[in-house]
Design a protein around this ligand. Structure first.
Ligand code: HEC
Length: 129
């Protein structure tokens, strides 16, 4: 009984090293593919349409300040920040108090969609400006 168990254990160990390597490389490849894909996957037309539908463009323009900062400025501010997407999603879904260009505060507009993928796409589009 003992001998059999030891043999099984040895066999499992022999197998586990290459299996782990395979698993790691598969993970590595898919992680790269995923991040590249999620970057390229911003659908600008859908994002712009949702921004229009949500009245975002009443206060924000792509490259000039209106009542609020331009999306280019916002993208610049969050460049390289790992939590940018989560922060921006909060701004457009949780109606936090925000300061307008004239210094007064008001609750931020909530995006006209409940679809997480659509909201993520909109935020990704802003960050890509
Ligand atoms: C009534 C005016 C108004 C509307 C409409 C509006 N925003 Fe804003 N938004 C602001 C203000 C004011 C701020 C905060 C100050 C700034 O960034 O200029 C802000 C901030 C933001 C920020 C965060 C900027 C930062 O630096 O953290 C994002 C992202 C954003 N808005 C996106 C949107 C989106 C998307 C929509 C449409 C769903 C939208 N806004 C609609 C006025 C508006």
């Amino acid at each position: 009984m003992k001998t059999v168990q030891t043999k099984k254990g040895t066999l499992a160990m022999k197998l586990s090293i290459p299996q782990k390597l395979v698993a790691l490389s598969v993970l590595g490849i898919s992680a790269t593919a995923f991040s590249a894909a999620s970057f390229a996957a911003v659908n600008a037309d859908a994002a712009a349409a949702l921004a229009k539908k949500s009245d975002c463009l009443k206060c924000h323009a792509i490259d000039k300040d209106k009542k609020a900062s331009s999306y280019k400025k916002i993208a610049e501010k969050y460049k390289g920040k790992a939590d940018a997407e989560a922060k921006l999603i909060d701004v457009v879904t949780k109606a936090p108090k925000v300061k307008q260009q004239d210094g007064t505060e008001e609750e931020h507009k909530v995006v006209a969609s409940k679809d997480a993928a659509e909201i993520k796409n909109l935020v990704g589009w802003i960050l890509a400006q």
